[in-house]
Design a binder for this molecule. Structure first.
Ligand code: NAD
Length: 421
């Protein structure tokens, strides 16, 4: 569904525009246009049938002027260096907007985890961790889960790093199981953050929260937890899709029952609480057309493009995924009066609670779930307010305002630190 623009191209041109508007010193800004470190690794894995497969993985530390770099690890057949670089740049901007003291990174392995066993995934994760080891460390670069990776993946990464260090280092990854130093509330933090941001946006737009309607693309970590918190807030979810298809019910889906179903079956298909469409592309088309108050793309990048932006039925688009709306689509949506809440604000709940997890690990002192959720709310709504106010001050949209906020902060720190040597 691409419209020819690439995620990296979009991120760079959005940063360029922000730097120009801010009249930032060109030399200082140059430091933000390329990644500091890009590592590509190729490694063999023994498969369960005894054969050997060669995999390619990446870790890009885009920028660490503001602190250790932070970003997820993605397992997907489409993973490539350019995509990982773009996602690492987005992480850099996201950490700056939300104010957590981290730079940005991203990693991934080109693979199809749906065709791999747990044992194969464990061997892949451990070998990938070993291959990127020189970059990792609680004060250097701290991975977290992303598409097709989870708490178990982080446990294997933490164990591999610790075995090679000779002692246990919980702070080297976030999004770990609670028993290993994970934070309460991390597993659902991104979805909770999306729900906080949606509530704030509706408030600013004078749209009622109770009884608002929503459609969600993707029902993994981000999509399913967004649905859960929307349901708790009284937002009616009328459609969701994943790779197994989409389910629609104008009276509102029974979200607790759907969550139970997906926990058991690992996909939406088979849930009978609405009209089911098994072709996920057709299901996505219908989802994007849905006349709802809020659309949350929470699957992958480049989902709303110049080809379908004119079809978007929602008034507000809250980016649960990274990069789901292309620059070309942004312009069409703006002309149609749609409000887009950008990824670097909307889905920052994950990295904010990852920061809390890292703080708890380095202090070896655990917070309660209430403390985590309260502090998440404070940080994410504070970031949203700064961006909203900036968009009003500069008469611009939320994406441009958030990029201005982020670029300004990173360049400011770069100027203070100076250029080495
Ligand atoms: P996940 O692997 O848990 O879930 C991905 C979901 O998207 C699955 O339900 C899958 O079936 C579905 N999907 C994939 N392609 C689709 C398509 N074309 N149409 C419909 N559904 C599709 O991944 P996740 O962690 O929920 O991440 C989703 C997005 O959110 C990614 O862009 C990721 O970078 C971003 N994100 C994740 C986190 C986090 O904490 N996990 C934080 C911030 C941003």
């Amino acid at each position: 569904m691409s419209d020819g623009s690439t995620l990296l191209g979009d991120v760079l041109s959005r940063m360029d525009e922000a730097a120009e508007r801010l009249r930032i010193d060109r030399d200082m800004y140059k430091t933000l246009r390329s990644p500091r470190t890009s590592l590509t690794v190729t490694f063999p894995i023994r498969m369960d049938d005894g054969s050997i497969e060669i995999f390619t993985g990446y870790r890009v530390l885009y920028n660490y002027a503001r602190g250790p770099s932070k970003g997820g690890v993605r397992y997907h057949p489409a993973v490539n260096l350019e995509e990982i670089t773009a996602l690492a740049a987005i992480m850099t901007l996201k950490c700056a907007v939300s104010g957590v003291p981290f730079g940005g990174a991203k990693g991934g392995v080109t693979c199809d985890p749906s065709r791999m066993s747990m044992n194969e995934l464990e061997r892949l994760t451990r070998r990938y961790t070993y291959m990127i080891l020189p970059l990792l460390g609680p004060d250097k670069d701290i991975p977290a889960p992303d598409v097709n990776t989870n708490e178990q993946t982080m446990a294997w990464m933490m164990d591999t790093y610790s075995m090679l260090a000779g002692y246990t280092v919980p702070g080297v990854v976030t999004g770990k199981p609670f028993q290993l130093g994970g934070s309460r509330g991390r597993s659902y933090a991104t979805g909770r953050g999306v729900a906080f941001i949606t509530a704030e946006t509706l408030k600013r737009l004078d749209m009622p929260l109770e009884g608002a309607t929503a459609a969600i693309q993707g029902f993994g970590n981000v999509g399913s937890n967004t649905a859960r918190f929307f349901h708790e807030e009284g937002i009616k979810v009328t459609g969701v899709t994943d790779l197994s298809g989409g389910i629609f019910n104008n009276s509102g889906l029974d979200i607790p029952a759907l969550l139970e179903h997906v926990k058991r079956e690992r996909r939406i298909a088979g849930f009978d609480g609405g009209e089911f469409i098994s072709d996920y592309q057709r299901a996505n088309e219908r989802l994007i057309r849905s006349k709802v108050d809020v659309l949350v793309p929470a699957a992958l990048e480049n989902q709303i493009t110049v080809n379908n932006a004119a079809d978007v039925g929602a008034d507000v688009i809250v980016e649960g995924a990274n990069g789901p709306v292309t620059s070309g689509a942004d312009e069409i949506l703006a002309r149609r009066g749609k409000v887009v809440v950008p990824d670097i604000v909307a889905n920052s709940g994950g990295v904010i609670v990852s920061y809390f997890e890292w703080v708890q690990d380095v202090q070896a002192y655990l917070w309660t779930e209430e403390q985590v959720n309260q502090r998440l709310k404070e940080v994410i709504t504070g970031s949203f307010s700064r961006v909203w106010d900036k968009s009003e001050d500069h008469s611009t949209d939320l994406r441009r305002a958030s990029y201005m906020e982020a670029v300004e902060k990173i360049v400011d720190v770069t100027r203070l630190r100076g250029i080495f040597p």
